[in-house]
Write a protein that binds this ligand. Structure first.
Ligand code: CP
Ligand code: NVA
Length: 304
């Protein structure tokens, strides 16, 4: 594992190792004896907005001994059309690692191939692997294990976060039910490729019954703003609220990757009554990403 480009590209063992390292990073925060990014400079190249991902990477890089260089894509030549393969070959000679938030999954993959430096997908239209690794850690932290887990994803079943959930369920073997309007369900070919215990429904109530985790994401992902009106109409009835929670397991974890739009994918009182889980999820991005970066650096040194 030299890069983290998707959950799809991870094995169950990779995921398990990252979750174990995340626990160590969290419990030893502020007392790290090792600084695996010592004297390194990592570039954060973002073509989309971010609060959690940007801050957790910038802080995490510093806590591991490195320096972070934030590059808004619009401010560098990439934003004026310089190809990703050229940007990658330049940065690969100057920085030690890259964290990329963009639209196309292929751009992240090309960057990794052309730069040769450890590269992390910080969200593309296809996957959001760092989010789901932190989420798996958050669930394991509360429940102790992922065994027998039933996750219900309610909302845009074909977005990046849902797709990373699909691969996580396939790799880790837990049950995933996706409740989404028919036009926003993931393609059958993706589910076939993934395998595992994954089912689709258009009925959010059916998905919620007995769920250990009720998970949602925004209805209008970044880059889909032109479809906002259509999406808001299609997703009516797919809100996580008290009724949906009442159908789930009594110990249900209500989770949201954030940012949240209250009154849309989740109602205000449900979000606030599960705020401890949701904001711990956000905090765990920091610990999980430190674990990921440390592992990538270790692996790239072993391979040299
Ligand atoms: N969940 C998440 O990735 O948040 P940001 O868009 O704020 O980084
Ligand atoms: N699906 C959302 C996730 C935001 C963290 C988006 O892509 O905008």
């Amino acid at each position: 594992m030299k890069h983290l480009l998707s959950i799809e590209s991870l094995s169950a063992l990779d995921i398990d190792n990252i979750l174990a390292d995340t626990a160590r990073m969290k419990s030893s925060r502020g007392r790290h004896s090792e600084q695996p990014l010592n004297s390194q400079c990592w570039a954060l190249m973002f073509s989309k907005s971010s609060t959690r991902t940007r801050v957790s990477f910038e802080v995490g890089i510093r806590e591991l001994g490195g320096n972070a260089l934030f590059l808004a894509a619009a401010d560098i030549q990439l934003g004026r059309g310089e190809p990703i393969c050229d940007t990658a070959r330049v940065l690969g000679r100057m920085v030690h690692g890259a964290v990329i938030r963009t639209f196309s999954q292929k751009d992240v993959e090309d960057f990794a191939a052309f730069s040769g430096i450890p590269t992390i997908n910080a969200l593309t239209d296809e996957e959001h692997p760092c989010q789901i690794l932190a989420d798996l850690f958050s669930i394991r932290e509360t429940r102790g294990s992922l065994d027998g887990l039933r996750v219900a994803f309610i909302g845009d079943g074909d977005c990046n976060v849902a797709r990373s959930w699909i691969w996580a369920a396939a790799r880790c073997g837990f049950e995933l039910v996706i409740a989404a309007p028919p036009k926003f369900q993931p393609p059958a070919s993706l589910l076939q490729r993934a395998g595992g215990k994954i089912t689709l429904t258009a009925d959010p109530l059916e998905a919620a019954v007995g769920a250990d985790v009720l998970y949602t994401d925004v209805w209008v992902s970044m880059g889909r703003e032109e479809e906002a009106a259509f999406r808001l109409a299609q997703f009516q009835g797919y809100q996580i609220n008290a009724h949906l929670v009442s159908l789930a397991s009594p110990a249900v974890l209500v989770m949201h990757c954030l940012p949240a739009y209250r009154g849309k994918e989740i109602d205000e009182s449900t979000l606030e009554s599960h705020a401890e889980t949701i904001f711990r999820q956000a905090e765990n991005r920091l610990h999980a990403q430190k674990a990921i970066m440390a592992r990538l650096v270790k692996n790239s040194q072993t391979r040299c």
